[in-house]
Write a protein that binds this ligand. Structure first.
Ligand SMILES: Cc1cc2nc3c(=O)[nH]c(=O)nc-3n(C[C@H](O)[C@H](O)[C@H](O)COP(=O)(O)OP(=O)(O)OC[C@H]3O[C@@H](n4cnc5c(N)ncnc54)[C@H](O)[C@@H]3O)c2cc1C
Length: 326
């Protein structure tokens, strides 16, 4: 591993000044960044530890819940406000990693974690995300875990975060600090599709940091569910995951939110499928129809075409759980 400098930021201002310098990276829980440094995928000159900044708070606002960027994944998933108002987020977090990792991992770090594509991690292989212009090893390689939506001819990697799928479904907003002050990005627009620039995972600009997220109040707490399909029951990334949230009144769906993980370079929100559910009875038939709509535009590769069947089945099953049918 390349030698690097380490400093601990005492204030948000000093953290922003430090990360304005090229070659400098934030470190929070370190559970992704240190792995990437050990493997030579990334080699920063300097790390700025932000874990002593006061960004761990979870509190109510006039319109929802605010969660600081340094709140631990374990703390968020067990928080009473989150469990009461946004249980879907708790379910998504508990589906990720392991208890030990969730005890170190932060909200900001989870949003920024990099793909688990094996070609990205293997520095002997081509990867446009790690080394722009080198090619994509996965396109003709072992692409079982890869995207079926929104891929480009440069990259078919997927975003590995479970938490981000829940937050995309819940209309969360990312709060960003930079030299010019604060800005807010709707969660569905925080992560990017690969297009011509797969090296960019999201719309955070150089010199900016995440300070928190906000989740607006909603009527989904009673009928929401996170379903993750993976090779092992724990400690495995999603083949397909679905965050489903319904607002049901007298058996009729008044409102719906759906997002998928493990299928695209960003959490994949299913806007058309959501719309199709509104006004329909909360039945398996309605859910199957929505799942078919959700699959429009999906494309499989040599080893991941099974996702074309797995994804709609997972959507249907997640909606059945959310509606209390199973
Ligand atoms: C074995 C293993 C299994 C895992 N399984 C899962 C899983 O199933 N599901 C899942 O969702 N995740 C999983 N993870 C990933 C884990 O959730 C992430 O590693 C973790 O969330 C990253 O958070 P961190 O605080 O440790 O980030 P770090 O490793 O400290 O940082 C990650 C990146 O985020 C940047 N960063 C951190 N904080 C900020 C901020 N506030 N603003 C801007 N940039 C920031 C850093 O510069 C770095 O680039 C797994 C990890 C491991 C090692």
């Amino acid at each position: 591993m390349k030698q690097f400098q380490y400093t601990r930021a005492q204030t948000q201002q000093s953290a922003l000044e430090a990360i304005a310098k090229p070659g400098t990276k934030i470190i929070a829980g370190g559970t992704n960044l240190i792995d990437l440094m050990k493997r030579g995928v990334t080699a920063p000159d300097k790390l700025v530890d932000i874990t002593h900044l006061p960004l761990k708070n979870i509190s109510t606002t006039k319109t929802g819940i605010h969660i600081g960027a340094l709140a631990l994944n374990s703390a968020v998933s067990e928080n009473s406000l989150v469990l009461e108002k946004q249980p879907l987020l708790s379910m998504a977090l508990k589906a990720g990693a392991s208890p030990q990792l969730r005890n170190m991992a932060t909200v900001g770090g989870n949003m920024m974690q990099r793909t688990r594509c094996t070609y990205f991690y293997d520095t002997t292989m081509p990867c446009n995300k790690r080394a722009p212009g080198s090619g994509c090893g996965a396109m003709e390689g072992i692409n079982r875990m890869h995207a079926i939506f929104g891929a480009s001819d440069k990259c078919i990697a997927v975003n590995p975060s479970d938490m981000s799928v829940g937050l995309a479904a819940l209309d969360a907003v990312a709060i960003i600090a930079g030299k010019k002050g604060e800005r807010r990005i709707p969660f569905t627009e925080f992560h990017r599709l690969p297009g011509e620039h797969p090296e960019l995972d999201n719309h955070l600009a150089a010199g900016e940091m995440i300070t928190g997220i906000e989740i607006p109040d909603n009527n989904f707490a009673k009928n929401s569910y996170y379903l993750k399909v993976r090779d092992r029951q724990s400690y495995a990334f999603a083949l397909v995951s679905v965050a489903a949230a319904l607002d049901i009144s007298n058996g009729t769906i008044k409102n719906a939110r759906l997002a998928m993980g493990g299928v695209a370079h960003k959490p994949w929100r299913l806007f058309d499928a959501e719309k199709s559910l509104i006004g329909k009875p909360a039945t398996e038939e309605s859910f199957k129809q929505a799942a078919q709509i959700a699959m429009q535009g999906a494309k499989g590769y040599q080893y991941n075409s099974f996702k074309l069947k797995l994804a709609p089945a997972t959507i249907t099953e997640a909606l059945k759980h959310a509606a209390g049918l199973v």
